[in-house]
Write a protein that binds this ligand. Sequence first.
Ligand code: ADP
Length: 544
Amino acid sequence: MAVGESAGGHGDLTTAPAPDVFARPGVAQSLCTALFALDLVLRFSGPAESGPWPRAGAGLLVVVTVAALALPWRRLPAWAPVVLALCDLAIIGVFRLDPVGGGSAVLMVLPGLYLGRYHGRRGVITTSLGTTLFVAVPSLAYFGWDGPNVSRILLSVLVAIAASLAIASAVSRLERQRRVSAAIVDSVDVGLVLLDDEGVYQAVNRRHGDFMGLAYPEGHAGRAGQLGLVYSADGTSEVTTTDMPTALAARGEEFDDVRIWVGDDPLTRRALSVSARVVRDSGGRFDGAALAYKDVTDFMRALSVKDEFVSSVSHELRTPLTSIHGYTQLLLERDDLPAEVRSQLAVVVRNTERLQRLVGDLLHTSRAEEDALDLQRRETDLAEVVRQAVQAAEPAARENDVRLEVRTPERLVLKVDAQRIAQAVDNLVSNAIKYTPRGGEVAVELGIDANRVEITVRDTGVGIDAADRDRLFTRFFRARHAEEQSIQGVGLGLNITRSIVEGHAGRIDVESEVGRGSTFRVRLPLPGKAAGEPVGAEVPGSGD
Ligand code: ADP
């Protein structure tokens, strides 16, 4: 494979080099000579006296074998080994002149196979001419046209030609198949690499040759893990030898969608999504790996444009929100406000704060690297937090004709970031209302089991398809039903909720049945008794 010589080198994946010792004339001739020698030994060990022809043949054989081993075949033209095959046919012709006979006629198959295998149709013609001129004609001229002699010679010649023809057409069919698959492999828009069990490149296709040209302008040594202009998904940090996709694959790892950038010129560099699969031998042992490199440059650029957009819109929203928040708080400081107005303004302040957090989250998620959430943990009455979140969702529930219930203990104190937990409950409750058709029910429950606090939000809504459940918590993911029914949302709520829950060392799970509803369950660990942290769960009660 040419990867070692040039960065842009490519080969076809269908021809991983198999050792072909018979392509070397010295080896092929030695095999032939061994069989001739066997014929000679057996012939001279018989009772009948052999004439001078076998000796002459043996002499010729020695000369041809020495020449086959000594000549620099690489520097000779491609047709040069044909002369060797013809010499072998001539040696058989000489052996055939011996009246004692022997099995040498059958050895005509060997030059026939050689010529058919490596020289195709021309090889078959050469076999036909060679066997006729060097074996059949001298033998018939010498022994005459008697039936048994003609039969022996003619059949041997025909068998040699048939063998030559059979192998030539098999090779030509294989060659055609190889060219077709090579054309397909080279025309796909995905870079393909085949590694052997030691991480040595066996083949790359044309597309990957282009990627290697960007990653290794100085050339590539054809081994997995070579350092080059290869960067991780952020586009800036260089990928280390051990983290190189080829190195991972050479260690037997299988993966999908590992993103890298190749090249350092902003105009020409490409983003690639790499997958790898292990190749096993017939005994199931690791025998190498196949890697596919998909060009995802446009997708990555679109992502970064989207992130920039989200980030700049969020910045724009922040200023007016700060102003609404500030002025509403100023209003709340007045003493002349009727109690009802005061409580309504408190709702405005609370919701403005939620909106500010959402905008902050949008900014947070738009950053390429998700930093850990900055949690401000304080002892908090979770029961109050949950009740308030449910209260805030009541107008939406009324509007959607969804019955909203809440069950909490009177008090449940835990050291959490109250605002963040409120946000998480808020997200779950508002989703439950959003994805529940009119007449449905949403029940929110807070409780403690053995060693953790559980917040459960159960609805009788549309449910979530099993295929979507794994991706629910990924950024910007929206299940099909949400898109189809044009339910408003951006697909950030659950992602942020999970960050908040995990930030508190908790877990969030979902159970769901399409058409029957979903249950989201948040579990937060209770502090160990040794830590002496207070957990007060008092008087289970209910509110709405
Ligand atoms: P959004 O609601 O803004 O689309 P989320 O991240 O909150 O984003 O939710 C992601 C997706 O999960 C939603 O688009 C919706 O398809 C699905 N989903 C979330 N909660 C529920 C629920 N209670 N019932 C059915 N589907 C839900």
